[in-house]
Design a protein around this ligand. Structure first.
Ligand code: ADE
Ligand code: ZN
Length: 322
């Protein structure tokens, strides 16, 4: 039983956390047809490309500051009820621009949701601005520039998500330089859709303290040793990896092998309802299917808080709550 364990999450896409029932309610409000991406109360997609299309369609159903405040608050309330003390949410100003909302109103709405949830349960949350790789280097630089200049204390980091098979990491180096120079925490999706060389490129070019997924590093023992040696933290999302076919099943998932090799690992939900998961289920999978003890799960939670993009006072406060 992992329900009573305290938890922390570093890797969840806000638009990927929309429950299908909320997507349907938003679609009714805005008069949008949903058959293409919700059927029988569940999201429909069959590979990464169709997952991204469904994800974009759901994002298009959130169009106002209030929509984002309510979504954020609802997600964090649910997370706090499952024992989470900390959450880092990946936010995409690109989605706000696509619906004509504008990045400032988008971030303001999310910030309101964060404050409301914190007042109720004490859960801490920070935003990590995400650039979308499949939209090309210029768009990713735009997102980095926004994150660097927004001057919002809840924006704590920068990430690149989207289709990892598009372009080389080096094409996006400037975006990460902009974010790093602004003092933001740096993480990047790598080693999910592409293999070990993608993780190596991310380490060499971007120099992140964390990697989103990174699990396909397991294809190269030398790279696993490097991750352990450099103390890079992996934001591991087992349920997502199996849902997207990165590994055939949970038994084949390399979380245990990576942890045993000394790599710093954490548990995350990625896009929970799209992958029929939740942070609580990820802890449960690690416990019941992968055989991690409660002490090992607590260690992953501490690793997450140690790697969180927060100031030291907040980190000490969070560690005290475990
Ligand atoms: N699993 C994932 N990989 C890359 N980009 C994403 N955006 C949302 N979920 C993602
Ligand atoms: Zn992700």
């Amino acid at each position: 039983m992992t329900r009573m364990l305290k938890k922390a999450e570093l890797h969840c896409h806000l638009e990927g956390a929309v429950p299908p029932a909320l997507a349907l309610a938003q679609a009714r409000r805005y008069g949008v047809a949903t058959d293409a991406f919700v059927q029988g109360g569940a999201y429909v997609w069959h590979d990464f490309t169709s997952f991204l299309a469904a994800y974009d369609a759901v994002s298009g159903l959130f169009r106002s500051e209030d929509d984002y405040a309510l979504l954020t608050e609802a997600y964090l309330d649910e997370l706090a009820a499952a024992g989470a003390v900390y959450s880092e949410l990946f936010v995409s100003p690109d989605h706000a621009e696509a619906v004509g909302l504008g990045a400032d109103a988008y971030v303001a709405g999310i910030g309101r949701g964060i404050e409301a949830a914190r007042m109720r349960s004490g859960i801490e949350c920070r935003m990590v601005v995400v650039g979308l790789r499949h939209r090309g280097p210029e768009r990713v630089e735009w997102a980095a520039h926004y994150a660097a200049t927004a001057r919002n204390p809840l924006i704590a980091g920068f990430n690149m998500a989207g289709d990892e098979r598009m372009g080389a990491v080096a094409d996006f180096a400037r975006a990460f330089d902009i974010a790093r120079d602004a003092g933001l925490g740096i993480t990047i999706h790598a080693g999910e859709l592409s293999g070990a060389s993608s993780v190596r490129d991310a380490l060499d070019v971007v120099r992140p303290t964390r990697i989103g997924h990174g699990v396909r590093a397991v294809e190269d023992p030398g790279l696993v040793a490097r991750l352990a040696e450099e103390g890079v933290v992996l934001e591991v999302c087992p349920g997502s990896n199996v849902a997207l076919g990165v590994f055939p099943d949970l038994a084949a998932h390399p979380l245990r092998r990576l942890q045993a090799a000394g790599v710093k690992v954490t548990l995350n939900s990625d896009d929970p309802p799209f992958f029929k998961t939740s942070l609580e289920r990820e802890y449960d999978i690690a416990s019941r299917i992968m055989g991690f003890s409660d002490e090992e799960l607590d260690a992953m939670t501490r690793t997450a808080i140690a790697a969180a993009f927060v100031d030291e006072e907040t980190r000490v406060g969070l560690l005290a709550r475990l």
